[in-house]
Design a protein around this ligand. Structure first.
Ligand SMILES: CC(=O)SCCNC(=O)CCNC(=O)[C@H](O)C(C)(C)COP(=O)(O)OP(=O)(O)OC[C@H]1O[C@@H](n2cnc3c(N)ncnc32)[C@H](O)[C@@H]1OP(=O)(O)O
Length: 223
């Protein structure tokens, strides 16, 4: 008998709805949600919500075979570092961390995708691109040929990395932004929605506009 793959998601907001819809499309189901925020509401009707690491431990202790579940962080924005940490919590509790690729996404056979990375509807990962762990390639985002993405990177909807772009860990490339070929974006940086990046960008800053200029230091970056 064909077994339904059961998933647990960390993050009980809009991104959980997107992932649940993709999981359902793939024939799986979401059986539990986790969130750090005790005020969070269940994002999916009928799916129980547990809070914090204590909640994860309690849930895992109740399962005979935690390794039969797959886990993925359902947190978007510029919170790539948190996705990496959450995936480690899942592994520590015996849950497999999985990638999710929408059937309409195009991932070239010569590209590589890291564990726990999500490639959403109509996204593109082109020839010889290398995408790290816990990344999100959101709806219609594109990482063109030979791009290299670190861990926890988020390409927001309809953003484009032209060929041979290098992106450091935990970078958010905002919705509709474009990064021109062969540029390097330092880790922990945020590129504003709609920006056109024409020069290399250092780590830990926020840039916006066309051409993209520095707006401020990214004070929310983790140490
Ligand atoms: C499915 C999903 O939704 S995935 C979510 C993807 N998320 C995104 O794409 C959001 C990306 N974030 C942005 O673009 C943000 O606006 C940021 C990071 C560039 C700036 O955010 P903040 O630091 O909070 O800036 P704030 O909103 O206070 O604006 C500061 C100034 O920059 C301007 N500004 C803000 N964003 C942009 C932008 N994308 N492009 C040009 N100017 C901008 C504001 O108008 C404001 O100008 P003013 O001082 O003349 O009034």
């Amino acid at each position: 008998m064909l077994e339904i793959t059961r998933y647990v998601l960390w993050g009980s907001a809009g991104h959980a709805k997107v992932l649940a819809s993709l999981i359902n499309l793939r024939g799986g189901i979401v059986v539990a949600l986790f969130d750090n925020d005790p005020q969070a509401e269940p994002a999916l009707s009928g799916v129980p919500l547990y809070f914090g690491l204590e909640g994860l431990k309690r849930w895992a202790d109740d399962q005979a075979t935690p390794h039969s579940f797959r886990g993925i962080a359902a947190i978007g924005g510029a919170r790539g570092r948190e996705r990496v940490v959450i995936h480690q919590h899942f592994r520590d509790h015996g849950i497999q961390v999985t990638s999710l690729i929408h059937p309409s996404a195009s991932v070239c056979g010569t590209a590589s995708i890291g564990h726990g990375t999500q490639v959403l509807a109509h996204a593109l990962v082109a020839a010889d691109a290398c995408v790290g762990e816990a990344c999100i390639l959101n709806h219609r985002a594109a990482a063109d040929h030979e791009c290299v993405l670190g861990n926890g990177v988020h390409l927001a909807p309809a953003s484009t990395l032209c060929g041979c772009v290098e992106v450091g860990d935990n970078v958010l490339v905002g919705a509709g932004a474009v990064v021109l070929p062969r540029l390097v974006i330092g880790k922990d940086t945020i590129i504003g929605a709609g920006a056109v990046v024409t020069r290399n960008i250092p780590e830990g800053v926020v840039v916006a506009g066309n051409p993209a200029r520095m707006v401020r230091i990214n004070v929310s970056k983790s140490p």
